[in-house]
Design a binder for this molecule. Structure first.
Ligand code: ZN
Length: 89
């Protein structure tokens, strides 16, 4: 197994984010934030799943989003709200 050394990986706890996924997602988004379109730099790129794994999302590059730190925060807040809404069924 290869140890990936992409700087963005330091930000993401998920070990399933591989070099290849990082590259594919950044290429797809032209190295811009999926939320607000700012250019992403290696040190400020956050990755998140469009659809969380616990909600049925897959861990493939198709389901990953590259986000700036600000949009990542928003995304996490959105998911937490979504989860909270679904817990009281
Ligand atoms: Zn953004």
């Amino acid at each position: 197994m290869r140890i990936a050394a992409h700087p963005a990986e330091a930000i993401v706890p998920g070990a399933y984010l591989t070099d290849e996924v990082v590259r594919t997602v950044l290429e797809r988004q032209c190295c811009r934030c999926a939320g607000c379109n700012v250019p992403l730099t290696a040190g400020s790129t956050h990755f998140d799943l469009r659809e969380p794994v616990i909600c049925g999302g897959s861990r493939t590059s198709k389901n990953f989003l590259a986000l700036c730190p600000f949009c990542h925060q928003n995304q996490m807040r959105r998911i937490r709200r979504w989860l909270a809404g679904h817990r009281h069924k």
